[in-house]
Design a protein around this ligand. Structure first.
Ligand code: BG6
Length: 478
Protein backbone atom coordinates (compact mmCIF):
# COMPACT_ATOMS: atom_id res chain seq x y z
CA UNK A 1 0.00 0.00 0.00
CA UNK A 2 1.23 3.50 -0.68
CA UNK A 3 1.93 6.06 1.98
CA UNK A 4 -1.11 7.34 3.87
CA UNK A 5 -1.54 10.61 5.69
CA UNK A 6 -3.73 11.32 8.70
CA UNK A 7 -3.86 12.63 12.21
CA UNK A 8 -5.01 9.90 14.58
CA UNK A 9 -6.78 10.99 17.72
CA UNK A 10 -6.85 8.05 20.07
CA UNK A 11 -9.35 8.38 22.90
CA UNK A 12 -8.05 6.06 25.57
CA UNK A 13 -4.51 6.58 24.32
CA UNK A 14 -2.95 5.59 27.62
CA UNK A 15 -4.89 2.33 27.78
CA UNK A 16 -4.25 -1.32 27.31
CA UNK A 17 -5.81 -1.79 23.89
CA UNK A 18 -3.86 1.14 22.49
CA UNK A 19 -0.56 -0.13 23.82
CA UNK A 20 -1.09 -3.81 23.07
CA UNK A 21 -2.76 -3.57 19.67
CA UNK A 22 -2.80 -0.13 18.11
CA UNK A 23 0.71 1.15 18.65
CA UNK A 24 2.37 -2.11 17.57
CA UNK A 25 0.19 -2.15 14.47
CA UNK A 26 0.96 1.48 13.69
CA UNK A 27 4.63 0.66 14.11
CA UNK A 28 4.37 -2.19 11.61
CA UNK A 29 2.73 0.20 9.19
CA UNK A 30 5.57 2.62 9.83
CA UNK A 31 8.14 -0.04 9.05
CA UNK A 32 6.34 -0.96 5.85
CA UNK A 33 6.16 2.78 5.01
CA UNK A 34 2.39 2.94 4.84
CA UNK A 35 2.91 5.54 7.53
CA UNK A 36 5.98 7.58 6.90
CA UNK A 37 6.25 11.33 7.18
CA UNK A 38 2.69 12.55 7.01
CA UNK A 39 1.04 11.31 10.13
CA UNK A 40 0.78 12.05 13.83
CA UNK A 41 -0.90 10.31 16.72
CA UNK A 42 -2.54 12.25 19.51
CA UNK A 43 -3.14 10.13 22.57
CA UNK A 44 -5.76 11.43 24.95
CA UNK A 45 -6.83 10.23 28.37
CA UNK A 46 -7.51 11.75 31.75
CA UNK A 47 -4.11 11.40 33.31
CA UNK A 48 -1.73 14.32 32.82
CA UNK A 49 1.19 12.95 30.81
CA UNK A 50 3.85 14.83 28.91
CA UNK A 51 4.60 14.03 25.27
CA UNK A 52 7.92 12.60 26.38
CA UNK A 53 6.39 10.34 28.95
CA UNK A 54 3.74 9.18 26.47
CA UNK A 55 6.46 8.39 23.93
CA UNK A 56 8.32 6.37 26.49
CA UNK A 57 5.24 4.27 27.22
CA UNK A 58 4.80 3.70 23.50
CA UNK A 59 8.41 2.60 23.08
CA UNK A 60 8.22 0.36 26.13
CA UNK A 61 5.22 -1.46 24.75
CA UNK A 62 6.86 -1.79 21.31
CA UNK A 63 9.83 -3.42 22.96
CA UNK A 64 7.55 -6.24 24.06
CA UNK A 65 6.82 -7.10 20.43
CA UNK A 66 9.79 -6.05 18.36
CA UNK A 67 13.53 -6.29 18.55
CA UNK A 68 14.22 -3.45 16.16
CA UNK A 69 16.80 -0.82 16.97
CA UNK A 70 15.60 1.63 19.51
CA UNK A 71 16.46 4.38 17.07
CA UNK A 72 13.69 3.52 14.66
CA UNK A 73 11.24 3.29 17.56
CA UNK A 74 12.32 6.72 18.67
CA UNK A 75 11.86 8.13 15.17
CA UNK A 76 8.39 6.62 15.13
CA UNK A 77 7.60 7.97 18.60
CA UNK A 78 8.37 11.49 17.43
CA UNK A 79 5.01 11.36 15.71
CA UNK A 80 3.25 10.88 19.07
CA UNK A 81 1.70 13.64 21.16
CA UNK A 82 -0.31 13.61 24.31
CA UNK A 83 -3.23 15.74 25.42
CA UNK A 84 -4.92 15.16 28.73
CA UNK A 85 -8.62 15.12 28.26
CA UNK A 86 -11.88 14.99 30.12
CA UNK A 87 -14.54 13.57 27.80
CA UNK A 88 -17.19 15.95 29.14
CA UNK A 89 -15.19 19.15 28.94
CA UNK A 90 -15.86 21.17 25.78
CA UNK A 91 -12.69 23.20 26.27
CA UNK A 92 -10.63 20.07 25.94
CA UNK A 93 -12.07 19.33 22.54
CA UNK A 94 -11.12 22.79 21.39
CA UNK A 95 -7.58 22.17 22.63
CA UNK A 96 -7.57 18.90 20.73
CA UNK A 97 -8.81 20.57 17.62
CA UNK A 98 -6.06 23.15 17.80
CA UNK A 99 -3.37 20.57 18.41
CA UNK A 100 -4.64 18.44 15.53
CA UNK A 101 -4.62 21.48 13.26
CA UNK A 102 -1.10 22.38 14.26
CA UNK A 103 0.17 18.85 13.71
CA UNK A 104 -1.62 18.68 10.41
CA UNK A 105 0.39 21.69 9.24
CA UNK A 106 3.61 20.37 10.71
CA UNK A 107 3.32 16.88 9.17
CA UNK A 108 1.24 17.87 6.13
CA UNK A 109 -1.34 15.25 6.98
CA UNK A 110 -3.87 16.26 4.34
CA UNK A 111 -6.59 17.34 6.81
CA UNK A 112 -7.51 13.72 7.39
CA UNK A 113 -8.68 12.67 10.82
CA UNK A 114 -9.14 9.25 12.37
CA UNK A 115 -11.00 9.42 15.67
CA UNK A 116 -10.36 6.17 17.44
CA UNK A 117 -12.51 5.14 20.40
CA UNK A 118 -10.35 2.95 22.56
CA UNK A 119 -12.18 4.02 25.70
CA UNK A 120 -14.93 2.59 27.87
CA UNK A 121 -18.02 2.14 25.70
CA UNK A 122 -20.17 4.37 27.87
CA UNK A 123 -18.19 7.34 26.52
CA UNK A 124 -18.47 6.51 22.81
CA UNK A 125 -21.59 8.59 22.28
CA UNK A 126 -20.43 11.59 24.31
CA UNK A 127 -17.10 11.79 22.56
CA UNK A 128 -18.62 11.44 19.09
CA UNK A 129 -21.10 14.22 19.80
CA UNK A 130 -18.41 16.55 21.11
CA UNK A 131 -16.18 15.92 18.12
CA UNK A 132 -19.03 17.12 16.02
CA UNK A 133 -20.31 20.01 18.11
CA UNK A 134 -16.87 21.40 18.93
CA UNK A 135 -16.02 21.48 15.26
CA UNK A 136 -13.11 19.03 15.22
CA UNK A 137 -14.03 17.75 11.80
CA UNK A 138 -12.05 19.13 8.93
CA UNK A 139 -13.65 20.37 5.73
CA UNK A 140 -11.21 19.25 3.08
CA UNK A 141 -10.07 15.86 4.33
CA UNK A 142 -11.86 12.80 5.66
CA UNK A 143 -13.17 12.35 9.20
CA UNK A 144 -13.54 8.73 10.20
CA UNK A 145 -14.86 7.42 13.49
CA UNK A 146 -13.54 4.07 14.67
CA UNK A 147 -15.55 2.25 17.32
CA UNK A 148 -14.18 -0.63 19.32
CA UNK A 149 -16.33 -3.32 20.82
CA UNK A 150 -18.48 -3.89 22.69
CA UNK A 151 -21.08 -2.16 20.56
CA UNK A 152 -23.80 -2.16 23.21
CA UNK A 153 -24.71 -4.98 25.55
CA UNK A 154 -28.11 -5.72 24.09
CA UNK A 155 -30.32 -4.43 21.30
CA UNK A 156 -31.61 -1.45 23.27
CA UNK A 157 -28.22 -0.18 24.38
CA UNK A 158 -26.76 -0.80 20.91
CA UNK A 159 -29.64 1.22 19.40
CA UNK A 160 -29.03 4.05 21.80
CA UNK A 161 -25.32 4.06 21.10
CA UNK A 162 -25.92 3.93 17.40
CA UNK A 163 -28.38 6.80 17.66
CA UNK A 164 -25.77 8.90 19.44
CA UNK A 165 -22.93 8.30 17.06
CA UNK A 166 -25.18 8.64 14.04
CA UNK A 167 -26.13 12.14 15.10
CA UNK A 168 -22.46 13.05 14.86
CA UNK A 169 -21.16 10.96 11.94
CA UNK A 170 -22.77 9.67 8.75
CA UNK A 171 -22.86 5.87 8.52
CA UNK A 172 -20.25 5.90 5.74
CA UNK A 173 -17.69 7.44 8.11
CA UNK A 174 -18.28 4.95 10.93
CA UNK A 175 -15.91 2.00 11.22
CA UNK A 176 -17.15 -0.55 13.76
CA UNK A 177 -14.33 -2.91 14.60
CA UNK A 178 -14.70 -6.64 14.85
CA UNK A 179 -11.08 -7.70 14.89
CA UNK A 180 -11.95 -11.16 13.56
CA UNK A 181 -12.77 -9.42 10.28
CA UNK A 182 -9.15 -8.33 10.17
CA UNK A 183 -7.87 -11.89 10.37
CA UNK A 184 -6.41 -13.15 7.16
CA UNK A 185 -8.31 -16.42 6.96
CA UNK A 186 -11.63 -14.74 7.65
CA UNK A 187 -10.86 -12.24 4.89
CA UNK A 188 -9.88 -15.06 2.57
CA UNK A 189 -13.08 -17.06 2.97
CA UNK A 190 -14.91 -15.33 0.11
CA UNK A 191 -11.89 -15.90 -2.16
CA UNK A 192 -11.64 -19.53 -1.17
CA UNK A 193 -15.30 -19.98 -1.98
CA UNK A 194 -15.10 -18.00 -5.22
CA UNK A 195 -12.03 -19.90 -6.43
CA UNK A 196 -13.23 -23.39 -5.58
CA UNK A 197 -16.45 -23.99 -7.50
CA UNK A 198 -17.01 -27.49 -6.13
CA UNK A 199 -16.78 -26.29 -2.57
CA UNK A 200 -19.09 -23.39 -3.33
CA UNK A 201 -21.53 -25.74 -5.03
CA UNK A 202 -21.56 -27.83 -1.89
CA UNK A 203 -22.25 -24.95 0.46
CA UNK A 204 -25.99 -25.34 0.95
CA UNK A 205 -28.54 -27.60 2.59
CA UNK A 206 -28.36 -30.17 -0.15
CA UNK A 207 -24.76 -31.08 0.64
CA UNK A 208 -23.89 -29.77 4.08
CA UNK A 209 -24.70 -31.87 7.12
CA UNK A 210 -23.67 -29.15 9.55
CA UNK A 211 -21.19 -26.33 10.05
CA UNK A 212 -19.24 -25.92 13.26
CA UNK A 213 -17.59 -22.73 14.43
CA UNK A 214 -15.27 -23.08 17.41
CA UNK A 215 -13.46 -20.18 19.07
CA UNK A 216 -11.74 -21.84 21.97
CA UNK A 217 -9.28 -20.22 24.33
CA UNK A 218 -7.10 -21.83 26.94
CA UNK A 219 -6.70 -18.68 29.01
CA UNK A 220 -9.22 -17.54 31.62
CA UNK A 221 -10.52 -13.99 31.99
CA UNK A 222 -7.15 -12.85 33.32
CA UNK A 223 -7.34 -9.24 34.49
CA UNK A 224 -10.57 -8.47 32.67
CA UNK A 225 -12.97 -9.78 35.33
CA UNK A 226 -14.67 -6.41 35.69
CA UNK A 227 -15.54 -6.17 32.01
CA UNK A 228 -16.33 -9.84 31.72
CA UNK A 229 -18.91 -9.65 34.49
CA UNK A 230 -20.87 -7.25 32.29
CA UNK A 231 -20.49 -9.44 29.22
CA UNK A 232 -20.06 -13.21 29.32
CA UNK A 233 -18.96 -15.17 26.32
CA UNK A 234 -22.32 -14.85 24.58
CA UNK A 235 -21.78 -11.12 24.22
CA UNK A 236 -18.01 -11.24 24.11
CA UNK A 237 -17.58 -13.75 21.28
CA UNK A 238 -20.85 -15.12 19.84
CA UNK A 239 -22.77 -11.95 19.00
CA UNK A 240 -19.81 -10.52 17.15
CA UNK A 241 -16.93 -12.78 16.12
CA UNK A 242 -18.82 -16.04 15.68
CA UNK A 243 -21.65 -14.35 13.80
CA UNK A 244 -19.22 -12.58 11.49
CA UNK A 245 -17.44 -15.83 10.72
CA UNK A 246 -20.78 -17.39 9.84
CA UNK A 247 -21.44 -14.34 7.69
CA UNK A 248 -18.26 -15.02 5.72
CA UNK A 249 -18.97 -18.69 5.18
CA UNK A 250 -22.73 -18.61 4.61
CA UNK A 251 -23.68 -15.36 2.91
CA UNK A 252 -24.48 -15.34 -0.80
CA UNK A 253 -22.28 -14.34 -3.68
CA UNK A 254 -18.68 -14.64 -2.47
CA UNK A 255 -17.56 -13.11 -5.77
CA UNK A 256 -19.04 -9.75 -4.80
CA UNK A 257 -16.37 -7.09 -4.53
CA UNK A 258 -18.30 -3.97 -3.62
CA UNK A 259 -18.69 -3.21 0.08
CA UNK A 260 -22.37 -2.36 -0.40
CA UNK A 261 -23.17 -5.71 -1.97
CA UNK A 262 -21.12 -7.71 0.51
CA UNK A 263 -22.78 -5.95 3.41
CA UNK A 264 -26.22 -6.44 1.95
CA UNK A 265 -25.65 -10.16 1.57
CA UNK A 266 -24.50 -10.39 5.16
CA UNK A 267 -27.41 -8.28 6.41
CA UNK A 268 -29.82 -10.54 4.53
CA UNK A 269 -28.31 -13.61 6.09
CA UNK A 270 -28.49 -12.24 9.63
CA UNK A 271 -32.01 -11.00 9.04
CA UNK A 272 -32.94 -14.61 8.36
CA UNK A 273 -31.62 -15.95 11.68
CA UNK A 274 -34.25 -18.38 12.95
CA UNK A 275 -35.47 -16.80 16.15
CA UNK A 276 -35.62 -18.94 19.24
CA UNK A 277 -38.53 -19.11 21.63
CA UNK A 278 -37.59 -18.91 25.32
CA UNK A 279 -38.16 -22.66 25.64
CA UNK A 280 -35.94 -23.34 22.65
CA UNK A 281 -33.13 -21.47 24.34
CA UNK A 282 -33.12 -24.28 26.93
CA UNK A 283 -32.72 -26.97 24.31
CA UNK A 284 -30.58 -25.21 21.66
CA UNK A 285 -28.05 -23.41 23.85
CA UNK A 286 -25.76 -24.58 26.62
CA UNK A 287 -23.85 -22.36 29.00
CA UNK A 288 -20.96 -23.10 31.30
CA UNK A 289 -18.62 -21.49 33.77
CA UNK A 290 -15.15 -22.75 34.57
CA UNK A 291 -14.13 -24.29 37.83
CA UNK A 292 -10.55 -24.78 38.91
CA UNK A 293 -8.45 -27.26 36.89
CA UNK A 294 -7.78 -30.92 37.68
CA UNK A 295 -4.94 -30.10 40.03
CA UNK A 296 -6.90 -27.39 41.82
CA UNK A 297 -4.21 -24.82 41.07
CA UNK A 298 -6.02 -22.51 38.72
CA UNK A 299 -8.64 -20.08 39.90
CA UNK A 300 -12.26 -20.88 39.23
CA UNK A 301 -14.05 -18.04 37.46
CA UNK A 302 -15.79 -17.06 40.68
CA UNK A 303 -12.41 -16.62 42.33
CA UNK A 304 -11.04 -14.27 39.70
CA UNK A 305 -10.41 -10.61 40.56
CA UNK A 306 -13.43 -8.34 40.19
CA UNK A 307 -15.77 -11.30 39.78
CA UNK A 308 -18.71 -11.87 42.13
CA UNK A 309 -18.44 -14.99 44.32
CA UNK A 310 -21.83 -16.11 43.10
CA UNK A 311 -21.46 -14.86 39.54
CA UNK A 312 -23.77 -16.42 36.96
CA UNK A 313 -21.79 -15.10 34.03
CA UNK A 314 -20.98 -17.77 31.46
CA UNK A 315 -17.45 -18.42 30.27
CA UNK A 316 -18.53 -21.13 27.84
CA UNK A 317 -21.35 -21.36 25.38
CA UNK A 318 -22.40 -23.89 22.77
CA UNK A 319 -25.45 -23.56 20.62
CA UNK A 320 -27.27 -24.47 17.49
CA UNK A 321 -28.10 -21.64 15.13
CA UNK A 322 -30.30 -21.97 12.07
CA UNK A 323 -31.30 -19.75 9.17
CA UNK A 324 -34.60 -19.42 7.32
CA UNK A 325 -33.23 -19.23 3.80
CA UNK A 326 -33.64 -21.53 0.85
CA UNK A 327 -29.96 -22.13 0.91
CA UNK A 328 -29.50 -22.96 4.59
CA UNK A 329 -32.77 -23.99 6.17
CA UNK A 330 -32.34 -27.29 7.98
CA UNK A 331 -28.56 -26.98 8.34
CA UNK A 332 -27.40 -26.64 11.94
CA UNK A 333 -24.63 -24.15 12.59
CA UNK A 334 -23.15 -25.41 15.82
CA UNK A 335 -21.18 -22.70 17.54
CA UNK A 336 -18.98 -22.90 20.55
CA UNK A 337 -16.67 -20.58 22.44
CA UNK A 338 -15.13 -20.70 25.85
CA UNK A 339 -12.33 -19.74 28.16
CA UNK A 340 -10.14 -22.38 29.82
CA UNK A 341 -10.62 -24.93 27.12
CA UNK A 342 -7.75 -27.33 26.36
CA UNK A 343 -6.21 -25.20 23.60
CA UNK A 344 -6.47 -21.97 21.70
CA UNK A 345 -8.25 -22.89 18.51
CA UNK A 346 -10.28 -20.82 16.06
CA UNK A 347 -11.78 -22.94 13.32
CA UNK A 348 -14.65 -23.66 11.02
CA UNK A 349 -15.51 -27.28 10.28
CA UNK A 350 -17.79 -27.82 7.31
CA UNK A 351 -19.24 -31.31 7.55
CA UNK A 352 -20.45 -32.49 4.15
CA UNK A 353 -22.99 -35.27 3.66
CA UNK A 354 -22.88 -38.32 1.39
CA UNK A 355 -24.55 -36.59 -1.57
CA UNK A 356 -21.35 -34.66 -2.30
CA UNK A 357 -20.31 -37.76 -4.22
CA UNK A 358 -22.22 -36.34 -7.17
CA UNK A 359 -19.92 -33.30 -7.07
CA UNK A 360 -16.87 -35.55 -7.12
CA UNK A 361 -16.11 -35.07 -3.44
CA UNK A 362 -15.60 -38.07 -1.18
CA UNK A 363 -18.80 -38.62 0.83
CA UNK A 364 -18.91 -37.17 4.34
CA UNK A 365 -15.75 -35.18 3.91
CA UNK A 366 -14.99 -32.48 6.44
CA UNK A 367 -13.40 -29.25 5.27
CA UNK A 368 -11.72 -27.32 8.06
CA UNK A 369 -10.63 -23.72 7.82
CA UNK A 370 -8.14 -22.86 10.51
CA UNK A 371 -8.43 -19.22 11.36
CA UNK A 372 -5.14 -19.17 13.21
CA UNK A 373 -2.53 -20.97 11.22
CA UNK A 374 -0.19 -22.27 13.89
CA UNK A 375 1.23 -25.18 11.96
CA UNK A 376 1.14 -24.09 8.33
CA UNK A 377 -1.97 -26.11 7.50
CA UNK A 378 -4.64 -23.56 7.00
CA UNK A 379 -7.16 -25.75 5.18
CA UNK A 380 -7.69 -29.36 6.12
CA UNK A 381 -9.71 -32.02 4.40
CA UNK A 382 -10.60 -34.82 6.78
CA UNK A 383 -7.91 -33.62 9.13
CA UNK A 384 -5.10 -33.59 6.55
CA UNK A 385 -3.48 -30.64 4.85
CA UNK A 386 -5.65 -30.13 1.76
CA UNK A 387 -2.66 -30.78 -0.48
CA UNK A 388 -2.05 -34.19 1.04
CA UNK A 389 -5.67 -35.16 1.39
CA UNK A 390 -5.92 -36.97 -1.95
CA UNK A 391 -8.89 -34.90 -3.13
CA UNK A 392 -8.41 -31.90 -5.32
CA UNK A 393 -11.55 -29.86 -4.93
CA UNK A 394 -9.69 -27.12 -3.09
CA UNK A 395 -6.95 -24.88 -4.28
CA UNK A 396 -5.55 -22.19 -2.12
CA UNK A 397 -3.06 -19.40 -2.80
CA UNK A 398 0.52 -20.29 -2.08
CA UNK A 399 1.43 -20.41 1.58
CA UNK A 400 3.81 -17.52 1.12
CA UNK A 401 0.96 -15.21 0.28
CA UNK A 402 -0.77 -16.18 3.45
CA UNK A 403 1.18 -14.25 5.98
CA UNK A 404 -0.19 -14.95 9.39
CA UNK A 405 2.28 -12.64 11.03
CA UNK A 406 0.16 -9.76 9.93
CA UNK A 407 -1.88 -8.47 12.83
CA UNK A 408 -5.62 -8.16 12.37
CA UNK A 409 -5.36 -4.55 13.46
CA UNK A 410 -2.75 -3.73 10.89
CA UNK A 411 -4.99 -4.60 8.01
CA UNK A 412 -7.99 -2.92 9.60
CA UNK A 413 -6.03 0.31 10.03
CA UNK A 414 -5.00 0.22 6.38
CA UNK A 415 -8.67 -0.21 5.49
CA UNK A 416 -9.63 2.76 7.65
CA UNK A 417 -6.96 4.91 6.01
CA UNK A 418 -8.10 3.75 2.57
CA UNK A 419 -11.81 4.23 3.20
CA UNK A 420 -12.55 0.55 2.69
CA UNK A 421 -15.47 -0.49 4.87
CA UNK A 422 -15.79 -4.10 3.74
CA UNK A 423 -14.23 -5.51 6.88
CA UNK A 424 -16.30 -3.50 9.33
CA UNK A 425 -19.75 -4.21 10.65
CA UNK A 426 -22.87 -2.32 9.71
CA UNK A 427 -25.58 -1.30 12.08
CA UNK A 428 -28.09 -3.56 10.32
CA UNK A 429 -25.97 -6.62 10.98
CA UNK A 430 -25.64 -5.73 14.64
CA UNK A 431 -29.34 -5.15 14.99
CA UNK A 432 -30.16 -8.64 13.77
CA UNK A 433 -27.49 -10.39 15.77
CA UNK A 434 -28.32 -8.53 18.99
CA UNK A 435 -31.97 -9.34 18.57
CA UNK A 436 -31.10 -13.01 18.31
CA UNK A 437 -28.71 -12.92 21.26
CA UNK A 438 -31.13 -10.97 23.47
CA UNK A 439 -33.60 -13.87 23.49
CA UNK A 440 -30.94 -16.16 24.88
CA UNK A 441 -29.68 -13.61 27.36
CA UNK A 442 -33.16 -12.84 28.68
CA UNK A 443 -33.97 -16.50 29.15
CA UNK A 444 -30.70 -17.11 30.95
CA UNK A 445 -31.14 -14.09 33.17
CA UNK A 446 -34.47 -15.51 34.32
CA UNK A 447 -32.94 -18.79 35.46
CA UNK A 448 -30.22 -19.70 37.92
CA UNK A 449 -27.60 -21.99 36.42
CA UNK A 450 -25.64 -24.57 38.36
CA UNK A 451 -22.24 -22.99 38.09
CA UNK A 452 -19.39 -23.80 37.99
CA UNK A 453 -20.03 -26.74 35.70
CA UNK A 454 -16.81 -27.52 33.89
CA UNK A 455 -13.25 -28.12 34.94
CA UNK A 456 -10.65 -25.74 33.52
CA UNK A 457 -8.79 -27.34 30.64
CA UNK A 458 -11.74 -29.39 29.39
CA UNK A 459 -14.21 -29.09 26.51
CA UNK A 460 -16.94 -27.48 28.62
CA UNK A 461 -20.03 -29.09 30.15
CA UNK A 462 -21.22 -32.47 28.84
CA UNK A 463 -24.40 -30.87 27.58
CA UNK A 464 -22.28 -29.34 24.79
CA UNK A 465 -21.62 -32.84 23.44
CA UNK A 466 -25.25 -33.88 23.83
CA UNK A 467 -26.38 -30.92 21.77
CA UNK A 468 -24.86 -32.56 18.69
CA UNK A 469 -25.27 -36.21 19.62
CA UNK A 470 -28.99 -35.65 19.81
CA UNK A 471 -28.91 -34.77 16.09
CA UNK A 472 -26.63 -37.69 15.29
CA UNK A 473 -23.62 -35.36 14.95
CA UNK A 474 -20.47 -34.73 16.91
CA UNK A 475 -17.88 -32.01 17.29
CA UNK A 476 -15.01 -32.39 14.87
CA UNK A 477 -12.59 -30.63 17.19
CA UNK A 478 -12.67 -32.55 20.45
C1 BG6 B 1 -11.90 -10.39 22.19
C2 BG6 B 1 -12.54 -10.83 23.48
O1 BG6 B 1 -12.83 -9.74 21.39
O2 BG6 B 1 -11.38 -11.52 21.52
C3 BG6 B 1 -11.56 -11.60 24.34
O3 BG6 B 1 -13.00 -9.70 24.19
C4 BG6 B 1 -10.93 -12.72 23.55
O4 BG6 B 1 -12.22 -12.11 25.49
C5 BG6 B 1 -10.39 -12.22 22.22
O5 BG6 B 1 -9.88 -13.25 24.33
C6 BG6 B 1 -9.91 -13.36 21.36
O6 BG6 B 1 -9.30 -12.84 20.21
P1 BG6 B 1 -8.13 -13.61 19.47
O7 BG6 B 1 -7.76 -12.74 18.33
O8 BG6 B 1 -7.04 -13.80 20.46
O9 BG6 B 1 -8.72 -14.93 19.05
Amino acid sequence: AKEKSAIFIIFGGSGDLAHRKLYPSLFRLYKSKVLKDHFAVIGTARRPWSDDYFRETVITSLEDYFDDDKEIMEEFAKHFFYQSHDVNDSEHYIALKNLAGKLDDQFEAGHNRVYYMAIAPRFFGTVAEHINSEGLKTKDGYNRLVIEKPFGRDLDSACELNGNISKAFPEDDIYRIDHYLGKEMVQDIPNIRANNPKLEQALNNKYVSNIQVTLAESIGVEDRGGYYETAGVLRDMIQNHVMQIIGAIASDDPKAKEAKVIHKNKCDLFASLKELSPEEVDTEFVRGQYDTDKTGEKKAYRQEDNVAEDSNIETFVAGKIEFNTDRWSGVPFYVRSGKRMPDKSSRIDIVLNDKVKELGIRPNSVVTLLIEKEDGNSILINGLNYKDAGQDFIEFPEEAEFDNAREAYESLIIDILSGNRVHFTLWDELRSTWKYIDTIRERWDSQTPEFPNYISGTMGPDAAEMLLERDGNSWIWD
